[in-house]
Design a protein around this ligand. Structure first.
Ligand code: HEC
Length: 143
């Protein structure tokens, strides 16, 4: 009797762990849980990777680091994706102001770039839509 009690308690425990922790992709509910972490990841990548130059509020630093906040540059999605994949040095214009500095290529994979740019497009007063990993992949194959 005791043994059976322990066994079923163990089984219930395992079931609980399984259902809380690892919902396998493709199972019902997986898409609900996938949406939130993707956003959090973009946020985390921004804070780890971009913040030093473009600042927490995305305003950059006048004359040196251009703003991502309400940047007219990012309306060109392809150029924006390329900027993060390859970096860029030379003259560029954001909101009528010229910058002539250098941004190093970012060592991020397609999913990470999609997440961080989705974060940029949906924050800092930018009203853009999300960037997908496929979009990043397509740009990467061209440049
Ligand atoms: C080491 C500093 C540095 C880091 C880190 C950095 N950037 Fe930049 N970024 C720059 C500079 C400098 C420019 C302008 C380059 C020029 O003048 O040629 C720029 C330009 C840009 C532009 C185009 C201009 C604009 O403001 O719209 C985008 C988009 C951009 N960066 C996004 C990012 C994102 C996203 C990240 C993080 C994944 C990032 N950058 C990380 C320095 C940086």
């Amino acid at each position: 009797m005791r043994k059976i009690y322990y066994a079923s308690a163990l089984a219930a425990g395992l079931l609980l762990m399984y259902s809380c922790g690892n919902t396998p992709a493709g199972q019902p509910g997986a898409s609900d849980t996938a949406a939130a972490p993707a956003k959090a990841t973009g946020d985390a990548i921004y804070k780890k990777t971009c913040i030093a130059c473009h600042q927490a509020n995305g305003e950059g630093i006048a004359g040196t680091f251009p703003p991502l906040a309400k940047s007219d540059f990012i309306s060109d999605r392809e150029k924006t994706i390329s900027q993060v994949i390859k970096g860029y040095s030379g003259e560029l214009t954001v909101n009528g102001k010229k910058y002539n500095s250098a941004m190093p290529a970012q060592q991020l994979n397609d999913e990470e770039i999609a997440s961080v740019l989705s974060y940029v497009y949906s924050n800092f007063g930018n009203g853009g839509t999300a960037v997908t990993a496929d979009e990043v992949k397509a740009v990467r194959s061209k440049i």
